[in-house]
Design a protein around this ligand. Structure first.
Ligand code: GLU
Length: 515
């Protein structure tokens, strides 16, 4: 039975890479009819950020990642928040066991002493900066102090931690689905703190104990945790849990859009996007980072885009719905090399998924935006506006921002174009069209009817219609390009179109004279 977990730390807004990790876990769980667990790893009190846990849950919900076991959801191997597990004394007993079996030891070194150790190592040009098999012999711990001394210090309330006793001169070998055989020599490992001086477990310790107790079968997480894995493997060994050790799957790094280097919050901002799934308000600075959801990315886009950030099914295929991913996803096809965060690709997917989206939902969203911005509109025009804009936009709200002319006459006209193409002859033709619209002023005209009205008019005058359509468009919308002009005229209605032409003639004409 597959059991996977997403184990974020609530230390800030969830990074979009975290959403990918959650998605891969979810896809693998669903595919195998397994269980998806959400475990909150909040043992680092100094990094705790209020609101982060709720944010994580809301982000998963938005994408459609359902959790089977977790805080507030249930499951028989909970609680699922590490601070709650700590309160129940779960970690302490395991740390005690390692101490008794001499696989961990107590260390009393102060921050200054540790600092001095690092400086001494640096001075002696040692390649390590760690608390390890060599250095631990020179430090203040239960390996160097007598039993009585250790007891006395503890009785006196001296601050101390529990450290893992990494074996000397040993290869730690494990298999990772993506990296295959991985070897770390114990000399490069640190005697990691397992229990901090405040009595709380560290990430490494709580993570391994919980993965074991929660019967996790596969640990699917970002590559940044690969170098922690030998420590975890040692813990599995020390506890005698190696034969039930989860399968490790380390997902490739997410790289900047240009390809080299890990994507950071700042890189994303420099490229005009954020790395947060939802709006995130930093509780300290109160700065808001716009989320993908609020920027107008659809959840279908994010699922497709994130799924391909480090995985493909081996073909050129690019469109994947959640359902298709659940069928086709496989851990074996996860890539080794870093995945470039190509935001253009995300936008391309968004264009695609907007066209697939249920139209009524789009009408509803547009209506809500118009209402919230007090923009006057008639409801029956919304489907027509959406229809005429949908091919031209990347985000749904752009139907309004790029289609303002459907709601208001233009405030400005494309100056460069006017300089080039506006002349007395244009003015004469536009005047004629305005008059034509005055004489044929039904608001019911379809785009086809308006087209033949204009066609007849131009035929009558024996002038070329094509030559004047762009300036007519400028007069109506302010811009030289946009969706089908006959559609626009039909949507805003011939009487209003006529008025817009008169107003353009006045404003543009005046401008010409003053320039
Ligand atoms: N709490 C870790 C994090 O914030 C979990 C890493 C893991 O999955 O082991 O990502």
């Amino acid at each position: 039975m597959v059991r996977v977990r997403f184990a974020p730390s609530p230390t800030g807004g969830l990074h979009i890479g975290g959403v990918r990790t959650a998605l891969y876990n979810f896809l693998f769980a669903k595919q195998n009819k397994g269980t998806m667990i959400l475990r909150i790893e909040d043992t680092d009190q100094s990094r705790f950020v209020p609101g982060a846990e709720e944010y994580i849950k809301e982000s998963l919900q938005w994408i459609g990642i359902q959790v089977d076991e977790g805080d507030g959801i249930g499951g028989k191997l909970g609680p699922y928040r590490q601070s709650d597990r700590h309160r129940l004394g779960i970690y302490k007993q395991y740390a005690q066991r390692l101490l008794e079996e001499k696989k961990a030891y107590i260390a009393f070194d102060t921050e200054e002493e540790l600092q001095k150790m690092r400086e001494d190592l640096q001075e002696s040009h040692s390649t390590t900066r760690q608390y390890n098999a060599d250095t631990r012999k020179t430090m203040k711990n239960s390996l160097t102090l007598s039993h009585q001394e250790v007891e006395k210090r503890i009785r006196n309330g001296e601050r101390h931690v529990i450290r893992l006793q990494v074996p000397e001169n040993e290869d730690i070998i494990f298999y990772d689905v993506v990296r295959e055989k991985v070897i770390y020599h114990s000399s490069v490992l640190d005697d990691k703190v397992l229990i901090k001086s405040d009595g709380m477990p560290t990430y490494h310790f709580a993570n391994v104990v919980d993965d074991h107790l929660m019967e996790i079968t596969h640990v699917i997480r970002g590559e940044e945790w690969l170098s922690s894995t030998p420590i975890h493997v040692l813990l599995y060994d020390f506890f005698g849990w190696r034969k039930n050790m989860p399968v490790f799957v380390h997902l490739p790094l997410i790289l900047k859009p240009e390809g080299a280097g890990k994507l950071s919050k700042r890189d994303a901002e420099n490229h005009g996007f954020s790395i947060f799934p939802l709006n995130w308000i930093d509780p300290l600075s109160h700065n808001t980072s716009i989320g993908f959801r609020e920027s107008g990315y659809l959840k279908e886009t994010m699922i497709n885009f994130l799924a391909l950030l480090g995985w493909s099914n081996g073909t050129e295929e690019e469109f994947f719905t959640l359902q298709k991913l659940i069928t086709e996803f496989s851990l074996e096809k996860v890539h080794k090399s870093g995945a470039r965060f190509d935001i253009k690709k995300a936008q391309w997917f968004n264009k695609h998924y907007i066209k697939q989206k249920n139209k009524n939902e789009i009408y509803y969203e547009i209506t809500q935006i118009l209402l919230s911005q007090n923009i006057p509109f008639s409801e029956e025009k919304i489907p027509l506006i959406v229809e005429s804009m949908i091919e031209r936009i990347t985000f749904i709200p752009e139907i309004i921002t790029h289609g303002m002319f459907f709601f208001y006459p233009p405030e400005q006209y494309d100056n460069a174009l006017i300089q080039k193409k506006w002349n007395p002859e244009t003015e004469k033709v536009l005047q004629g069209i305005a008059l034509l619209f005055e004489q044929n002023n039904s608001i019911e005209y379809s785009p086809e009817q308006i087209h033949s009205l204009l066609e007849n008019y131009f035929a009558d005058k024996q002038i070329k219609m094509g030559k004047y359509m762009q300036m007519l468009r400028v007069a109506i919308t302010g811009s030289g390009e946009g969706p089908d002009l006959m559609n626009i005229l039909s949507i805003i209605g011939v009487p209003k179109a006529g008025a817009r032409i008169y107003s353009a003639l006045q404003k543009i004409g005046k401008k010409e004279k003053t320039e």
